[in-house]
Structures are given as structure tokens and as C-alpha cells.
Design a protein around this ligand. Structure first.
Ligand code: GLN
Length: 393
């Protein structure tokens, strides 16, 4: 018997992360495709989660999050200079940012509403928009034109994407997959459009602590004048503390927008895992130097991998943040990004992501490939060794 998948999911096919990880496992390739670390998170988090489990914190958590975690998230936001937020009214704990995305979009949008999305995008935005019956309008980030440049967008394209049905805009900074950090200038432009057109801004800031350039610090759109009351800021624990499997995320928003997120969150998952929320609270309250050490490792990995990719003949774009680097594979003359990624995984033994799935405009992304460098030094060294065979053809 063959059962049809609902129309809303048909255009998307299988998740590229599941597909490429399965291919990597099958071919024993070094998995630089799906972005997750191959090392563990800090003991502060794990010990506190285990303790919570033994101390009987094993039933449903409060729908909006266990109080200690709501407080820890609000305190961490305040410590980074972004202002005081009310942990009860303004913080909602979710099952990773990956649940916060559909909770926000399903809670906010009606069928036919339009949402501005920068492409390339993390694919969850567009699938969540489809679940809501809403319509994405794309603004293309263009690759840097020189060695030191950043991905950029045409302000006119942003203005043109906004129409009478536009309700929201999604801004992912630091940006997956390009490693772009939106500048204050760019965020001010976006804020001006939000204010002019009465849009809600949804920001995904899960890589907020993984920026590598002192001249390009992370800025939360919610901190710009006039933006707090119209912004839902999403983030999570996983990237900062190498705990991607814990799926602890959150939304920070003024009360009227927290209501929107909670309206959907309560019926999607109701709450995130209780003991892990206690672990998350402990590490957010005592983060130590974990993130700083991670940044050091990732900068080394980025530099080593980028150099190896250049030696192999790819044109590598600078990555200023996250744990991804994008490159143009066209000098190697493969048909497209999927052909290149399959060859690389099956024949060279290094898995990567074909970025065309991160574009809404047909044809874009076919020249590109995304690598994750959130791995042990040894893992990156092994990948670099294997990439040598690519260079020799
Ligand atoms: N955020 C991760 C990435 O971009 C993957 C998330 C997932 O597997 N769904 O690689």
C-alpha cells in the first residue's frame, strides 16, 4: 500500500540532514554534513541533569519552562547587555529552536500571510511556513565579492519582498549556512522596514555565542530602538554547549508575542524534558569558559579546513561565525551540488551538505557546498587528509 504524504510536505522530500548523515554512515565518511559536535558538552550541565533525574524531576515540566530555567535564560540575556526581561512573561522554553520555529510561525500566521525569508535559509523556516499555509517571499543573500567580504543583500530586494499581506520577517544571525553576521547597518534597515510595515521579526540566534571576528559582534535585532515590542528572539542551548541532542531551546518576546508562541507550543509538545531543563539552567548560570574554548577550536578548524578546500581547488567563502563554511565547487566541474556532495561522500570519504535545499529560488545553490567544522581537531585532520585525494583527482 502506498500512502500519499500531505500536500504541504510534498515539495520538501526527505530532510537533507537525515539523508546526508545516513549516506556518511553507509560510506564511513567523515560527517561534515549535519552540524553537530563529535565531542561532549560540559559536566556542569550533565551532572545537574543527572542530579535532577535522581532527585525526582521526572514528570512534565511547566508548559512555559521550569522556573529556574526561565530565570537562567532571562539572567543570561541581561548579562550579555540586552536588558532586563521578565522570566515568566517573556521566556518560553521549547524542544530546541527546531520546535520554537514552528511554534512561533503556527502561533502567528494565518493561511495566505506572507513572510520574508533570506535565502539561503535553514530549511525549517520554510517547512514551518508551509505547515501554517503561509507564503515565503525570498530575499537572496549574495556571496562575497572579495576574500574578506561578507554575504550581502540588496536593500531594494528587501523592500520589494514586502507587500500588503506581509506579516513577518525571519532573520537568522549568526547565519546558517553562510557564517554571515548581520551588521548593525543591515539590522537597522530591517528594523526600519518592520516598523514602517508593522511586521513581526522572528530571529533565530542559536549561534549567538559562536562569532569569530571582533569587528563583527552578534547584535540582537530586539535590542534596536522600537524592536523589542515586535520581535520574537529564538535561541537554544545546543550550539553554545555542544548539547544538540538535548533539544532545549527558547523564545524571548514581550508578553503579547509570548502568548502567540505559547498558543502553539502547548499543543505541539507542551513542555521540554524536565531533567534536561534543570541541566540547562545550571550551565547557563555557570557557563565558565566553555564557549570561549569552543570558539578557539572552531577558528582553528575553520582555518585548517578552508585552506584544505582551497588547495583542493574550491573557492572558499569567508565564515565569520556559526560552525559552517560555504564554498563554490564549480572549478571542479561537477554537474551540481548534489552530484558533488555524493561524489565527495562516496568516493572521497567526506560528507557535506548540498545547499540548493536552502534556497527558494530555483537554480540557486547548485554551485555551492556547505561543510561543518564543529568537530575534534583529529576529525578535521582526517577530513583534510581525505580531501587530498580530491585535489589529485
Ligand atoms: N542545524 C543543523 C545543521 O544545519 C541540523 C539540524 C537538524 O539536523 N535538523 O546542520
Amino acid at each position: 500500500m502506498q500512502t500519499d504524504i500531505a500536500h504541504r510536505f510534498r515539495p520538501f522530500g526527505a530532510s537533507i540532514f537525515a539523508e546526508m548523515t545516513a549516506l556518511a554512515v553507509r560510506h564511513e565518511a567523515v560527517n561534515l554534513a549535519q552540524g553537530f559536535p563529535d565531542f561532549d558538552g560540559p559536566p556542569t550541565a550533565k551532572d545537574a541533569a543527572a542530579r535532577a533525574m535522581h532527585e525526582g524531576h521526572n514528570q512534565y515540566a511547566r508548559m512555559i519552562g521550569v522556573p529556574v530555567l526561565n530565570r537562567a535564560i532571562a539572567a543570561s540575556w541581561a548579562r550579555s547587555g540586552r536588558g532586563e526581561v521578565n522570566p515568566e512573561a517573556s521566556v518560553t522554553v521549547t524542544n530546541g529552536c527546531s520546535e520554537a520555529i514552528p511554534a512561533t510561525i503556527l502561533g502567528l500566521l494565518n493561511p495566505g500571510d506572507e513572510v520574508v525569508v533570506f535565502e539561503p535559509f535553514f530549511d525549517f523556516y520554510v517547512t514551518a511556513i508551509a505547515m501554517a499555509g503561509a507564503i515565503p517571499k525570498f530575499v537572496t543573500l549574495r556571496p562575497p565579492t572579495d576574500e574578506r567580504g561578507a554575504w550581502w543583500f540588496e536593500p531594494g530586494e528587501l523592500r520589494a519582498a514586502i507587500g500588503p499581506r506581509t506579516r513577518a520577517i525571519i532573520v537568522n544571525t549568526p547565519h546558517n549556512p553562510t557564517g554571515k553576521v548581520y551588521t548593525r547597518d543591515e539590522l537597522e534597515r530591517i528594523a526600519a522596514e518592520c516598523i514602517r510595515h508593522g511586521l513581526v521579526a522572528i530571529t533565530d540566534e542559536v549561534y549567538e555565542h559562536l562569532t569569530f571576528e571582533p569587528t563583527l559582534p552578534h547584535i540582537s535585532l530586539a535590542t534596536l530602538p522600537g524592536m523589542w515590542e515586535r520581535t520574537i528572539t529564538l535561541s537554544s542551548l545546543g550550539k553554545t554547549f555542544s548539547l544538540t541532542g538535548w533539544k532545549i531551546g527558547w523564545a524571548i518576546a514581550p508578553e503579547h508575542l509570548s502568548r502567540v508562541v505559547r498558543a502553539a507550543h502547548q499543543y505541539l509538545t507542551f513542555c521540554a524534558a524536565t531533567p534536561l531543563q534543570h541541566g540547562a539552567a545550571a550551565v547557563l548560570d555557570a557557563p565558565g569558559t566553555y564557549a570561549a574554548e569552543l570558539r578557539r577550536l572552531f577558528i582553528e578548524n575553520r582555518d585548517a579546513l578552508s585552506a584544505a578546500l582551497s588547495r583542493a581547488g574550491l573557492r572558499v567563502y569567508p565564515s565569520h561565525s556559526t560552525y559552517f563554511v560555504m564554498a563554490d565547487h564549480t572549478p571542479l566541474r561537477f554537474a551540481d551540488d548534489r552530484a558533488f556532495c555524493y561524489y565527495l561522500t562516496e568516493r572521497v570519504g567526506v560528507a557535506a551538505i548540498p545547499p540548493s535545499v536552502f534556497y527558494g529560488t530555483p537554480g540557486l545553490g547548485r554551485d555551492l557546498v556547505r561543510f561543518a567544522f564543529c568537530k575534534k581537531r583529529e576529525t578535521i585532520a582526517e577530513a583534510i587528509g581525505r580531501l587530498g585525494t580530491l585535489a589529485r583527482g
